[in-house]
Ligand binder design. Structure first.
Ligand SMILES: Nc1ncnc2c1ncn2[C@@H]1O[C@H](COP(=O)(O)OP(=O)(O)OP(=O)(O)O)[C@@H](O)[C@H]1O
Length: 355
């Protein structure tokens, strides 16, 4: 089966943690506005609370903050909260949008005192811009280069004190000189099921949807530890509840809805299950090479490696070994299959790509 032949392919995955157009439109309404409303991430919240309180007491600008963590865990939200708590405006941009040092100079020189500059995907900035940022962060100054070649001159430009909030999927991707210039680094973890339930209840309130506690638990369990996915699944379940039930999200309604959308009890979708099923049924659980596995599911290597595998590895269902991909005992259990040599022939109920 090829994903392009199905309903939308991997780009349209409900369980993808990056934001799609619909998310962007609705996320503004669902974002917590202060640290008190921000669910989970206790450590980061507590530490950040101290950093911001201390800065406020000194009447100064907060130290630069680096937030690392997977997409959809709340880095943008937290940067907006930092600005709100400091009573400061916020400017939002991203590393890929800053390709030339001049792009960064233009942004920096227009900041007002105390402003928060949120730089998403900071690891994807160009090298010259990155070097300009070092000086801006440390001395609130940049050298703007005018002219080219031997006649080029550096004109120093003073900047007002500002707070840089950088976001990255992995702090390890940043060059150490940049990493070291942040006064505080917060690592965002995946959310626990009870935390996601709180996110879901809060969003349901804001969306004016009636939801029972077991209904929220059912959605939370399938949300891959990510509030963005939880909010997206909630919206799809709301549609189902409205059309197929009486509008109230019970555990049964949530379960049925997410089955329709092919998101299973553990948050795996069709692509994830196709990869696991092929690994178990065609290759006896592996080891098998990535390319072979990709051909078996009719997908590109990159799709299997970058779209399906990270979550399967994180869930302890698949391991990447030097000899190839290997299924774990949990994978056999999840698909209801028996590993070879454990009294069965490794066969499944249902066909290869069935849920
Ligand atoms: N701790 C939280 N409590 C409640 N809602 C949250 C929390 N974290 C994130 N959300 C919700 O999840 C959605 C995604 O959050 P956000 O855009 O901040 O993620 P992100 O980490 O910046 O993602 P990306 O890196 O893809 O931009 C938002 O709608 C936000 O309201």
């Amino acid at each position: 089966m090829n994903w392009d032949e199905t309903d939308g392919g991997p780009d349209a995955r409900l369980v993808d943690s990056s934001a799609d157009g619909e998310d962007q439109a609705i996320e503004a309404a669902l974002r917590p506005k202060d640290l008190g409303e921000f669910v989970g991430q206790e450590r980061v919240r507590e530490q950040l609370d101290l950093v911001l309180k201390a800065a406020r007491q000194r009447g100064g600008t907060a130290d630069h903050v680096l937030l690392s963590g997977a997409p959809g865990l709340g880095k943008t939200t937290l940067s907006m909260i930092i600005a709100a708590e400091m009573g400061a405006p916020i400017r939002i941009t991203s590393g890929p949008a800053i390709q030339h040092a001049g792009d960064l100079a233009a942004i920096l020189s227009s900041l007002t005192e105390g402003e928060v500059l949120f730089l998403d995907e900071i690891h994807r900035m160009s090298r010259p811009a990155e070097e300009m940022l070092y000086m801006a962060m440390e001395d609130f100054r940049v050298d703007v280069i005018v002219g080219k070649g031997p006649g080029a001159t550096a004109i120093p430009l003073e900047l007002p004190p500002f707070t840089l909030v950088g976001a990255t999927t992995r702090a390890g991707l940043l060059p150490p000189p940049l990493r070291d210039r942040f006064g505080f680094t917060g690592h965002m973890e995946f959310y626990t099921a009870p935390e996601l339930e709180r996110v879901i209840h809060r969003s349901a309130r804001l969306l004016d949807v009636e939801i029972e506690a077991p209904g929220a638990a059912e959605i939370a369990g399938r949300s891959r530890g990510t509030p963005r996915i939880a909010n997206r699944l909630l919206r799809r379940v709301r549609d189902y509840a409205q059309v197929k039930a009486d509008g109230v999200i019970t555990s049964e309604v949530a379960g049925r809805a997410l089955d329709v959308y092919d998101v299973d009890g553990r948050g795996l979708d069709r692509l994830d299950r196709a990869v696991l099923t092929a690994l178990l049924k065609l290759f006896g659980g592996g080891p098998v090479g990535l390319s072979t596995l990709a051909v078996a599911v009719g997908e590109e290597r990159e799709t299997v490696e970058e779209v399906a595998e990270p979550f399967l590895v994180r869930e302890g269902l698949l391991a990447r070994t030097p000899r190839g991909r290997v299924a774990t005992p949990a994978a056999w259990a999840h698909l209801g299959l028996t590993p070879p040599g454990h009294g069965g022939a490794g066969t499944a109920q249902g066909d290869l790509f069935a849920g």
